[in-house]
Design a protein around this ligand. Structure first.
Ligand SMILES: *Cc1c(COP(=O)(O)O)cnc(C)c1O
Length: 494
């Protein structure tokens, strides 16, 4: 499989000079500023679906990902996936049987054959080491990086900024990996005590936590400045693991298949039925994987995109206008991992929507990259939108509290604030015959404060994470300074 950039030069299929999977794995953005996508989406047949239904998570991951990855020997890829998706890594204190499912489906309302009611379910994606769905892809990325770097005899120094979930997920995925070091910037004293403990209590020699006396945006700006120093970047082999990384999107495609099979009757079920997925969205990475699963031929009837008060994507799917917000216009909400001003993966979907014409993307993003917006409402592209299955809605702090309460009272299930956004919007946009699967993106233990506000009680913590705030922490605190970060990197590498 070859990969092309959303910004061209041309979308020539079967270009032998185009990069393969392992080449783009470490690359981040394409040189022209675009995002990588496979030159065509592999199609799955009904006999593929019939066979895949019975597979374990790791084997299903191999079936799906081997269609996108042909430059790693199949036996190596299979072994790598078997090491990644284990009941141990996704155990989280659950029964062995539950843990072996990796992403178990939990029905809130079971389907009813007599009435034709499709049912409502939660797909659990947060049983990895940091209790958020980002582990599903990041754990694989850690193993892929280690494998590819060892093959090439190279090393990489990952520099990132986090407001919470991504940083811890990356650190748990990369800890102890050969050839990989992580330098992770976080805003000093602005994360929850639990989030701080998750990151700063890691003592692995290849993990470096740097707290910046500033906001998340200050940390992000430092990362950009360091990456724009091309000489420094090359000399110290600086890389990233941000949400535009193609391997992260590809890894997420797998659980749409897993969720589909579980929602349509498990082993022995039928592949004729359509399923809807509701996805709490920020950078459009998670739901982009759903779009790709659908393009591959998985019978997804509807992709329900849920935003919080930061509704830039909801606005687009309703009106055709994409208007990224200024930083000052971005609200700090109680589903903070969805507090984005622009959706970095969105360009991938728009590329498909405009018939994969890189010239159109270059034109649209020439405006976006200058802080502007675009409007597709009067174009044939907007008219095509329903054919892609997307619908959208938004949710507010009051909605989150009500949904968390209602879900706890009616189904006895405690959900986190992001999942609540998905459940709120998904419930509104249900059509009776189609099972609605809401993607769980984090566990409530990560967002204790809002759970207490909604329910007047604390969420349970998985065994092993009790008292992690009391563990010794290792973090270097610095002022907002590009030079200070470069100095730390030099100190560890020179
Ligand atoms: C990252 C994240 C999201 C948003 O996912 P995108 O792929 O950026 O759309 C939603 N919920 C949680 C808990 C997250 O960590």
């Amino acid at each position: 499989m070859r990969y092309l950039s959303t910004r061209g030069p041309t979308a020539a299929v079967h270009d032998p000079a185009a990069p393969g999977f392992t080449e783009i794995l470490l690359a981040g953005l394409a040189a022209d500023g675009g995002l990588y996508l496979p030159e065509t989406y592999p199609r799955v047949s009904s006999s593929d679906l019939a066979q895949w239904r019975a597979l374990s998570y790791a084997d299903l991951a191999f079936a799906v990902l081997s269609r996108f990855i042909d430059d790693i020997p199949p036996a190596d890829l299979k072994a790598l996936l078997a090491r990644t998706y284990t009941a141990q890594a996704y155990g989280n204190g659950r029964s062995r049987e539950q843990a072996a499912e990796i992403t178990p489906l939990r029905w809130l309302e079971r389907p009813d054959a007599a009435s034709g009611e499709g049912g409502l379910a939660i797909l659990e994606l947060s049983n990895g080491p940091t209790l958020a769905f980002k582990d599903m892809a990041m754990q694989l990325l850690g193993n892929l990086f280690e494998y590819v770097l060892a093959k090439r005899g190279e090393e990489i120094n990952i520099l990132g900024a986090t407001s919470g979930d991504t940083g811890s997920s990356a650190e748990y995925a990369m800890r102890g990996k050969r050839g990989v070091r992580v330098f992770m910037l976080s805003p000093h004293q602005r994360m929850s005590a639990f989030q701080r403990a998750q990151m700063y209590s890691l003592h692995d020699a290849n993990i470096h936590n740097i707290a910046v006396r500033g906001m998340f945006d200050d940390a992000q700006d430092i990362v950009k400045a360091v990456s724009n120093d091309h000489a420094f970047k090359a000399r110290y082999r600086i890389g990233a693991v941000n949400s535009i990384n193609w391997a992260r999107v590809a890894a997420q495609v797998v659980y749409y298949f897993k969720g589909y099979f579980a929602a349509t009757g498990g082993i022995g079920g039928s592949n004729d039925r359509q399923v809807a997925f509701a996805v709490p969205s920020g950078n459009f990475g998670n739901i982009c994987a759903g779009h790709i699963a659908r393009m591959m031929g998985l019978p997804i009837g509807r992709l329900v995109l849920a935003t919080n008060e930061n509704d830039v994507l909801d606005e687009f799917f309703r009106s055709g206008v994409y208007r990224p917000r200024a930083t000052g216009e971005t609200h700090a909400t109680s589903s903070p991992s969805m507090d984005i001003s622009k959706a970095s993966n969105f360009e991938r979907f728009v590329f498909d929507l405009v018939g994969r014409d890189p010239a159109v993307i270059r034109g649209l993003w020439a405006k976006v990259d200058k802080g502007g917006s675009f409007d597709l409402s009067d174009t044939p592209f907007f008219a095509r939108l329903p054919a892609y299955g997307f619908v959208s809605g938004r949710s507010t702090h009051a909605d989150r509290l009500a949904t968390i309460r209602h879900t706890f009272e009616k189904y006895g299930l405690m959900i986190d604030t992001h999942t609540a956004d998905g459940l709120k919007v998904g419930s509104e946009l249900r059509s009776p015959e189609m099972p609605m699967v809401v993607l769980e993106t984090a566990l409530p233990a990560k967002f204790e404060e809002t759970i207490v506000e909604a329910l007047g009680r604390r969420p349970e913590r998985p065994a092993g994470l009790q008292g992690i705030e009391d563990l010794p922490q290792r973090v270097e605190v610095i002022d907002v300074s590009v030079d200070a970060v470069k100095e730390i990197i030099r100190r560890h590498l020179d």
